[in-house]
Design a protein around this ligand. Structure first.
Ligand SMILES: Cc1ncc(COP(=O)(O)O)c(C=O)c1O
Length: 422
């Protein structure tokens, strides 16, 4: 399940030493564990037992084709947010009847592409979108199956940029218009209305939030059924938070006392909501992204320089915010530790990248084992929203990606070269 671990003082992924991988392919470098990806998929599936359901991996979290193929082979579905992700899902081998299409601003050509490829369903986010899908489906002589995303005005207590279920957010249709929109959709000839969708945000760590959200959807289903509106499917979205602190342990690493063993697991969050969801007597959909892929990847980087000022010690590394933007964008925490632990001499440092912004950092005022030029560091839990958010800002080439499978490893995406930025 968790495949990054220290053997003596060396960091390994499955049966491969990460020093070896970093030396071979250079840094910055994303490295993933195939075994961990499979285990994460299976762990989520196990929670459902016999419950009629479809888990659709949220491709936006990590869309590397090799990773998608591993997930598709597990037999689960995929949720796409663009034509590019639809294309990748199909190419990876997800069965079209297990592909859903989310997103607040689907273009006409994207809707057409989805219909032509007979994907399972669209998640509709506005009345206007509903009519456009109907029109395009009529033109193609198709029936578009849909779930309607409802905004229940529930706060996800997460970073505002990844909170999506409040009234002021652009997502979904306000709960007070739910009945009206269902009635309108039911009149449309080329639309088949299957259910309700909700997704209130990402990296949600409180089970109570999921329970509140589950209750809101189930209550609405009751209201709709009382009005003779059939709801067969309940899509609960994603957002299951993962543990970022103290992910990897070693006696010579500093611990993060405040967060030690937060005992946060996707299973617990899902288990909290599932009894409520089951009461709806619907087919249950979820769209997990981060909870499948975050723990399965690391970003390896090399120390370029140490720099000490009257205020701070900076560890300047060769990865930057263009490779992993989560700390800069969301002030996210990622554990960082040396690939080879040489000492337990801790110092308080800022781990920063080479870009031209003060926001280009991975850790501020962090206790880290003494590191110097040439040392490799691992930035943990970067499988989700890592590479997918990478850019060429500052003319930097995007990093390579490597998959570890037991005692083998191979490139699953080349490092970019000059021609990619020309
Ligand atoms: C509609 C939808 N479903 C699922 C997800 C996946 O969320 P997470 O990666 O937190 O599971 C997202 C991402 O925010 C989303 O927008």
């Amino acid at each position: 399940m968790y495949e990054f671990h220290y053997r003596n003082n060396e960091l390994w992924c499955e049966d491969i030493s990460l020093s070896e991988v970093a030396e071979k392919f250079g840094t910055p470098l994303y490295v993933y564990s195939k075994r961990s990806i499979i285990d994460h998929c299976r762990e989520i599936e196990k929670v459902f037992g016999e419950v009629d359901h479809l888990s659709c991996y949220s491709i936006k979290a990590n869309s590397n084709l090799n990773i998608l193929k591993i997930i598709a082979a597990e037999g689960i579905g995929a949720d796409a947010g663009s034509i590019g992700e639809l294309h990748l899902a199909l190419k990876a081998g997800f069965s079209p009847d297990k592909i859903t299409f989310s997103g607040v601003g689907k273009r006409d050509d994207e809707i057409e592409f989805a219909l032509q490829n007979d994907i399972n369903l669209f998640i509709v986010e506005s009345e206007e979108e509903l009519y456009i899908i109907n029109t395009i489906a009529a033109k193609l002589v198709k029936i578009a199956r849909i779930q309607i995303r409802i905004n229940f005005d529930i706060s996800a207590s997460t970073h505002p940029y990844i909170s999506t279920g409040e009234r002021h957010n652009k997502f979904g249709i306000e709960q007070m218009y739910a009945e009206e929109i269902f009635q309108k959709a039911l009149q449309l000839k080329n639309i088949e209305v299957l259910g309700i969708h909700t997704h209130i945000g990402s990296q949600i760590t409180d089970p109570e939030t999921f329970i509140e959200s589950a209750k809101a959807v189930v209550d609405l289903i009751k209201v709709l059924r009382n009005k003779n509106i059939q709801v067969h499917e309940l899509n609960f979205g994603g957002g299951f938070g993962v543990q970022y602190h103290d992910f990897v342990k070693h006696e010579l690493l500093p611990t993060d006392e405040e967060h030690v063993d937060s005992k946060l697991t996707t299973v617990k969050l899902l288990e909290a909501a599932l009894p409520v969801l089951k009461a709806s007597n619907t087919k249950i959909f979820i769209q997990p992204g981060r909870s499948i892929i975050a723990h399965t990847g690391v970003l390896l980087t090399k120390v370029l320089y140490r720099k000490t000022t009257s205020e701070k010690t900076f560890i300047i590394v060769d990865a930057g915010m263009n490779d992993l933007i989560r700390p800069s964008l969301y002030k996210s925490y990622h554990q960082i530790s040396p690939i080879t632990i040489k000492n337990s001499e801790y110092e308080i440092v800022d781990v920063v990248g080479p870009l031209c912004e003060s926001g280009d950092y991975f850790a501020l005022n962090r206790s880290l084992n003494y590191s110097e030029r040439g040392d490799h560091l691992s930035i943990f839990c970067t499988g989700a929203y890592g590479y997918v958010l990478a850019s060429n800002y500052n003319g930097r080439l995007k990093p390579a990606e490597v998959m570890v499978d037991g005692d083998k490893y191979f490139l699953i995406r080349d490092r970019q070269s000059f021609k990619d930025i020309e």
